[in-house]
Each structure stands twice: as structure tokens, then as C-alpha cells.
Design a protein around this ligand. Structure first.
Ligand code: PLP
Length: 396
């Protein structure tokens, strides 16, 4: 067993050996700027374009529909702001779900300050956007230019019905963006020929690639203003000298993630089911009307096709997640809480608030996200530490 038990793979992961090898090779041998026309530059450009083509293939896109960015946050900002600016002559209304990542929600706040209006769609108790509610909103707001719904939620792992939501959006004549940062490389259902989204955000460090690089898929013909201005890189749409080694590392990580997806997902599902069983056996389940003082609440869908295989989100209502996380950290276990430190105070997770409306539940929520290296022994140890911590907290 490793001395550190890393259960925060949705935050970031170790780099895959294939990604390290590809980056090392590019750093040693491909130092050129990809823009000029001499041979060293052409080598860099070739390396960049090979990476672009490999990434495009993973989602069934054309090579010229993939634009490198600095990561998921930039891709999300670009998709929303770029569409809003390009299509404001058609309308100024945008629809997102209430459980999007802050890279989307804070961009919405920015756009509201620039005169756009935004509807945040509620979700059901497991975090799903209801397609009929989207249809009602689209009918009520013919000035809608863009709908953005994430493919998988980063806190509770819910997979959204992107195919239906995209179809309803297109029926209305608006564009559809999905933040696929948590889903990319974990499901092969996100193919842009089968699910014809217009814009798609992905990030390398969530799948074993380097930090600081991602891509935005932009369907050919989509109207989109640039976010970053300067040189003519990325076919004039995203300025700045390209990070060739990072692109090579991203492509190598993606190839490995897709090649190993079946095995990794099977192992993660098994661990997820085991983790859930062990949590329920150790602490019991709290039901809505007869709360057992020590029971847990499971967040998001039960393990299955509607949920990321590596996500376990559990609430200990009435217990501070912060205290639990400190106890876990002291025992060398890395997990994450749902709260965000925004204004100096801890705000309860907007995701748990959206699915339950229950502040105590939100304040007592912990997210564990497993990776290929985690074991059942590590889960056993985590349950043991949680049990000791709960006992200590409750007797204080
Ligand atoms: N979108 C989602 C759903 C995420 O989970 C994250 C990161 O956690 C991001 C966007 C931001 O991605 P990045 O860290 O590459 O900026």
C-alpha cells in the first residue's frame, strides 16, 4: 500500500508514463516555434498537428476543428464568451445548468454584467437536467443563442443526457456546448458525429496528461469570436506560441486513456461498488423521513450507466466536511470537499444545494475520486479513518 492514498483524481491525476515519454521526447528534440517555415519549426508544427489529429480522432472530429487552449477553464470561457459576442445580433440569452463548474458559472456572471441574460436550469435530485425543462425554456426564450450543459458533473459524477439536450437545442436553432472536462477519456459515448455538439471542452490533466493544456472542439462553420488576441496561431483563432511538448503529452495521454478505457472503467466500477457497500455497512443510510443520527446520504445516481465510474460523493449531514478532510489528511488520505472558498468564507457546494436544497448536507459532503492505481485495501483504510474521525467529532 502507498503511504499516501490518493482519492482525488477529479482534481488532477498523476501523469501517464506515455505522456511523460512523449513530452520528454518533444522537449529534447522539438524545441522550435511552430510558426516559422524553416525545418526546425516544421518539426514542431508536425508534432503539434500530429497531436491535434490524434485528439480529433478520439471524438470523431476533423483535425481542423480542434483548437489548443490553456485548459478546461479557458475552453469554457472561450465557448461562452466567443459565442455570445459572435451571435449577439441574433439574441442575448444563454441557458446553462445550475450545477456547471465555476468556469461556466462565473463566465455567465461576467456575461450578465455585459448585458446578456442567463437561465440556470434546475436539476433533479440526482443531478440530471430534465430535457422537457430545457424545451420549455427554449420555447419561452426565442432569443436563446447557446445552451451549455456539462457531460459529467465534477462533484457527484452524474452523466447528463447530452444527446437529447443537444437535439432539443438544435431544434430551436441555438448552439450547444458541453463541458466534457470530467467525461473526456472516461466514456466513448462522446463522439461528435453521433452527438453533434457545436462546442466541446476538454482538459489534459484530468486524464493523465500535463496541466495547462486543453482543447476546444469547434464544429466547422460555427460562429465564434476569439478570446485571446495576438499572433495568427491556431489558424488565427487563438493567439500565443503553442506549447508543443504539452500538446504531445496530451495526445499520448488521450491515446492511452481511450486504449485502456474498458479495463480502467471495469476496475473503477468494481471499486466504486465496493466503496459504496463499505460506507453503507459502516455508517448506514439515512433516509429522508427517519434520519439515523449516524447515517450517510449518497449523492448522485447509484453506480451504473448514469454515473462516472470513479466518483463517490457522500454526505454526513451535521458533520463538517472540513473536520473529516483534516482527519483524512492526517492519515495521508487525499479527498475533497464540496465547498468553495470564494469570499474568505466557505460556501456550501452549489451542486449539493441544487440537488437537495439542504445546507447541512452540503456542508458535510466529501468527494472521493479513484484512479487505476487504487485498491480495496486503500478503501478499507479510508473507511476506518472516517469511522474514527466521526466518533471523535461526535463525542466532542
Ligand atoms: N470543468 C470541469 C467540469 C472541471 O471539473 C474542471 C476542473 O476541475 C474545469 C472545467 C477546469 O479545467 P482546468 O483545470 O483544465 O482549467
Amino acid at each position: 500500500m502507498n503511504s499516501v492514498i490518493y482519492l482525488d483524481h477529479a482534481a488532477t491525476c498523476r501523469m501517464r508514463p506515455e505522456a511523460i515519454a512523449a513530452m520528454t521526447e518533444a522537449m529534447e528534440h522539438t524545441f522550435g516555434n511552430a510558426s516559422p517555415s524553416y525545418s526546425i519549426a516544421r518539426d514542431a508544427k508536425r508534432c503539434l498537428d500530429n497531436a491535434r489529429a490524434a485528439l480529433a480522432e478520439t471524438i470523431g472530429a476533423g483535425w481542423n476543428e480542434i483548437f489548443f487552449t490553456s485548459g478546461g477553464t479557458e475552453s469554457d470561457n472561450w465557448a461562452l464568451t466567443g459565442t455570445a459576442e459572435a451571435l449577439q445580433d441574433k439574441g442575448k440569452h444563454i441557458i446553462v445548468s445550475a450545477i456547471e463548474h465555476h468556469a461556466i458559472l462565473h463566465t455567465c456572471e461576467y456575461l450578465e454584467s455585459r448585458g446578456f441574460s442567463v437561465t440556470r436550469l434546475p436539476v433533479d435530485s440526482e443531478g440530471r437536467v430534465r430535457p422537457e425543462e430545457l424545451a420549455d425554456e427554449l420555447n419561452a426564450r426565442p432569443d436563446t443563442i447557446l445552451v451549455s450543459v456539462m457531460a459529467a458533473n465534477n462533484e457527484i459524477g452524474t452523466l447528463e443526457d447530452i444527446g437529447t439536450l443537444c437535439r432539443y437545442t438544435h431544434d430551436h436553432g441555438a448552439l450547444f456546448h458541453t463541458d466534457a472536462v470530467q467525461a473526456y477519456g472516461k466514456t466513448d459515448a462522446l463522439n461528435v458525429s453521433a452527438v453533434p455538439v457545436d462546442l466541446f471542452s476538454a482538459s489534459a490533466h484530468k486524464i493523465g496528461g500535463p496541466k495547462g493544456i486543453g482543447f476546444l472542439y469547434v464544429r466547422n462553420g460555427t460562429r465564434l469570436q476569439s478570446l485571446i488576441h495576438g499572433g495568427s496561431q491556431e489558424r488565427g483563432r487563438r493567439a500565443g506560441t503553442e506549447n508543443v511538448p504539452a500538446a504531445a503529452g496530451f495526445a499520448a495521454a488521450a491515446k492511452a486513456a481511450f486504449a485502456n478505457m474498458e479495463n480502467e472503467t471495469r476496475a473503477e466500477r468494481e471499486l466504486q461498488a465496493y466503496f459504496r457497500e463499505r460506507l453503507l455497512a459502516a455508517f448506514g443510510e439515512r433516509s429522508g423521513d427517519s434520519p439515523a443520527p449516524s447515517g450517510i446520504l449518497w449523492n448522485g445516481p447509484v453506480p451504473g450507466d448514469d454515473r462516472l465510474a470513479n466518483n463517490i460523493s457522500v454526505s454526513f449531514p451535521g458533520v463538517s466536511a472540513e473536520s473529516l478532510l483534516i482527519s483524512l489528511d492526517l492519515a495521508g488520505i487525499c479527498a475533497s470537499g464540496g465547498s468553495a472558498c470564494t469570499t474568505g468564507a466557505l460556501d456550501p457546494s452549489h451542486v449539493i444545494m441544487a440537488v437537495s436544497g439542504d445546507r447541512k448536507r452540503a456542508e458535510g459532503t466529501i468527494r472521493f475520486t479513484t484512479g487505476p492505481e487504487n485498491t480495496k485495501e486503500e478503501i478499507d483504510r479510508t473507511i476506518e479513518v472516517l469511522g474514527e474521525a466521526l466518533q471523535r467529532i461526535r463525542t466532542m
